[in-house]
Design a protein around this ligand. Structure first.
Ligand SMILES: C[S@@+](CC[C@H](N)C(=O)[O-])C[C@H]1O[C@@H](n2cnc3c(N)ncnc32)[C@H](O)[C@@H]1O
Length: 252
């Protein structure tokens, strides 16, 4: 059995899960149609779990549609999540040229792990994990996306490359106009998550949302720990969607 998906490896997965991904790869390659036709029929191929994540992002987006401010994704990886928010903005608020979709990533994977990160139960918890240099690929994706949206002479999606422990303070200093409607935290490491919370929360109005992937999960204890250390949970109304075990959020 070939392990098709490099980032799905954790103790929750069974052999069946990997078999399914193997079969899916084969099916996609041999399936009817051009690549574009396959994409236009994406529900034939996309794993249920990834559709679930997509729907969770749609549900989050609907909640901030009338809240001004940028959407920030902390931890971009291949960019599917970032571009989901970009597409939703283009579909549901095509004249809202003010809202930016901003992604922070090293684009070289995890820089280093803190003591708390090392308590992780994930095989991915090591320096250099998630090292996907998607920057130039994503720039092409953004350019194509721009060619198919309204008001495309005004930039919408921004990628901030580098260690977020440095790029977040720098971004906030250089962009004093910033207000944030949705902060999607998916660095899964302690220090950058803590810095994101410390620097971005003061820029978030009432009604804006902080969303987490992997809160309360022993694979990534740092996500909860950063939240405990910066704002604590006792006064937060943390919520989740009944269809997804992962995405948790708080409406400020
Ligand atoms: C779990 S992945 C993100 C998954 C992505 N949000 C998705 O939906 O597919 C974690 C990402 O955080 C990035 N990352 C972790 N620590 C970082 C740091 N200190 N600065 C910038 N990026 C970081 C990694 O490079 C990696 O791409």
């Amino acid at each position: 059995m070939k392990k098709i998906s490099r980032f799905k490896e954790n103790s929750y997965n069974t052999t069946n899960d990997f078999d399914y991904l193997d079969q899916l790869e084969k099916y996609y390659n041999s399936s009817l149609g051009t690549n574009v036709e396959k994409l236009q029929n994406f529900s034939k191929y996309v794993p249920r779990q990834d559709l679930t994540n997509f729907i969770a992002k749609y549900e989050l987006f609907k909640k901030i549609l009338e809240v001004p401010g940028s959407i920030i994704e902390c931890g971009v990886l291949f960019g599917g999540g970032l571009m989901t928010f970009a597409q939703l903005s283009a579909i549901f608020e095509h004249t809202n040229f003010i809202r930016k979709i901003i992604g922070f990533d090293t684009f070289t994977g995890f820089p280093k792990l803190s003591k708390i990160d090392k308590l992780s139960k994930s095989p991915q918890a090591k320096k250099g994990s998630f090292a996907i240099d998607s920057y130039s690929d994503l720039m092409k994706s953004i350019s194509l996306y721009n060619s198919n949206r309204f008001l495309n002479h005004i930039d919408k999606v921004e990628l901030i490359k580098g260690n977020a422990e440095k790029t977040i303070p720098k971004y906030v200093k250089n962009n004093p106009q910033t207000i944030i409607s949705l902060l999607y935290l998916d660095f899964v490491l302690y220090k950058p998550t803590k810095i994101a919370l410390e620097y971005f929360i003061p820029l978030m109005p009432k009604g804006s949302i902080i969303a987490f992937n992997l809160l309360d999960d022993a694979h990534w204890p740092s996500v909860s720990k950063a939240l405990h250390d910066v704002i604590g949970v006792s006064d937060l109304k943390l919520q989740k969607f009944n269809f997804s075990p992962y995405t948790q959020y708080v409406i400020l």
